[in-house]
Design a protein around this ligand. Structure first.
Ligand SMILES: Cc1ncc(COP(=O)(O)O)c(C=O)c1O
Length: 450
């Protein structure tokens, strides 16, 4: 019999095949409990085993048990975060988590709110930046003014979406080149700010990334903060992925200068093992969110004078909002600061081990200096003359993921296809890493006829 450990991570069923074997349509009379249980069984069979340590594809891995318990408790008690009256303890828990995380980031006053993820956290950042630069914009709109923001060309696509949603226009998000390690080039940033000002546009925000999606690069925050102070620009840091490094005294220097930012987002549903979703948006100055999310006092059907100072619906873009702080609080209570530190350090050690194995393997090339737990690599045959290495590495990754022993993603870095295992699960061990690299090389040898 196959043990859970040997089970493939995915059935890799094609959409057509899966549709054929499922009865997805809902009906007038509904089905009985046995039928529902059978459907649940199929759902579980088809679900990708993301909690297995051999799942190295996404920026999240296992889910911690207190985190799972908190998520279930939130569904069981089913309330919403908009007023203290209907979510008393949840409100205080969210405040506590926000203050704890703000303090860790060095935002001594600080305020914040839980959101559905880094994508929405980036939207909050740009919204606060827009409102700060143009007081009154909530009523006047942009009124013909052309705002421009700046972000590195290795940033997450959600920044583009946020710019679009805010009506600023995708052409007004200026992409700044990165250095060889994937960090924003600050000289190019300064130059672009000048260019935009000369063209009559109004720079308002720089979005720096602390932990880029593909290679885990950290933009140089102190230098970027200096430019922002000089140019009167808001600095938002997308720390959705890299924020967890703040929990480790060994690794928090990766985010040196974060305390100089005006806002940041940080996803505990990534390296911190919280079930999706669990993400926080933090602003350095109090009252930032109350202004940006102001809806006047029109919602008298929800918000009353009592507890007005603590109602979290007054500082959020959402009305109905899930209690996502609960799972994080339970996990934090259980692990303590030291538990987080161990988790982050362990993931970093495993990533360093993987990097060393790649460096010492004759058939593997490390494609970018490792900064976080992302390891960008590719296979190259002994004789690579005339070999399409991009196609070869794409095929290797496809074979690996379809077989389902491991799952990893691929991306394009500097125009070259790379394979990117990432460590977000502290249970990944050296034997698994050896096995993964053996698989990559075996498929590479087979496909290239080496
Ligand atoms: C750097 C970065 N920012 C933002 C996001 C978006 O986060 P979420 O998926 O929580 O919306 C991601 C997702 O991977 C990311 O890597």
């Amino acid at each position: 019999m196959q043990s859970a450990d040997d089970e493939p991570l995915t059935k890799a069923t094609t959409p057509d095949k899966l549709l054929k074997q499922l009865d997805l349509a809902v009906s007038h009379h509904g089905v009985d409990a046995d039928a529902l249980l059978r459907l649940i069984d199929v759902y579980l069979e088809e679900a990708v085993r993301t909690r297995n340590p051999r799942y190295l594809q996404s920026l999240w891995g296992d889910t911690t048990i207190p985190g799972l318990a908190g998520d279930m408790l939130a569904s069981l008690t089913n309330t919403s975060m908009h007023t203290y009256e209907i979510s008393p303890m949840a409100t205080l828990i969210e405040q506590e988590m926000v203050q704890t995380m703000a303090h860790i980031a060095g935002f001594d006053v600080g305020e914040g709110v839980f959101t559905s993820g880094g994508s929405i956290g980036n939207l909050y950042g740009l919204l606060c930046a827009r409102d700060w630069k143009l007081p009154g914009v909530q009523h006047d709109g942009l009124s013909g003014r052309t705002l421009v923001a700046f972000v590195s060309d290795e940033s997450h696509y959600s920044v583009n979406m946020a710019i679009n949603v805010l009506g600023i226009g995708l052409d007004h998000l200026i992409s700044i080149p990165c250095d060889a390690d994937g960090k924003m080039d600050v000289a190019a940033l300064s130059q672009e700010i000048d260019n935009q000002k000369r063209a009559g546009r109004m720079p308002f925000c720089v979005v720096a990334t602390a932990g880029t999606t593909v290679r885990g690069a950290f933009d140089p925050l102190p230098e970027i903060a200096e430019v922002c102070a000089r140019e009167y620009l808001w600095l938002h840091v997308d720390a959705a992925w890299g924020g967890a490094a703040l929990l480790s005294p060994k690794h928090r220097s990766l985010l040196a200068g974060i305390d100089l930012a005006d806002s940041l987002c940080w996803d505990p549903h990534k390296l911190m093992g919280m079930p999706i979703s669990c993400s926080v948006f933090l602003a350095r100055k109090a009252n930032t969110l109350a202004k940006a999310c102001s809806h006047g006092d029109e919602a008298n059907y929800l918000f009353h004078e009592e507890n007005a100072g603590v109602d979290r619906g007054r500082i959020s873009l959402q009305c109905g909002r899930r209690v996502d702080a609960l799972k994080l609080w339970l996990a934090w209570k259980s692990l303590g600061h030291s538990g987080w530190q161990e988790r982050v350090d362990r993931c970093m050690e495993t990533a360093a081990e993987l990097e060393a194995k790649v460096r010492s393997h004759a058939r593997l090339v490390l494609m970018s200096e490792r900064q976080f737990t992302n390891v960008c690599l590719r296979y190259e045959p002994a004789d690579s003359d005339g070999v399409d290495l991009d196609a070869l590495n794409s095929s290797i990754r496809e074979r690996i993921s379809t077989e389902g022993r491991f799952m990893v993603t691929k991306a394009v870095l500097g125009g070259q296809v790379i394979i990117r295992p990432v460590i977000a699960n502290p249970d990944v061990d050296g034997a698994m890493l050896d096995e993964l690299l053996t698989e990559i090389v075996r498929h590479g040898d087979e496909l290239s006829g080496s």
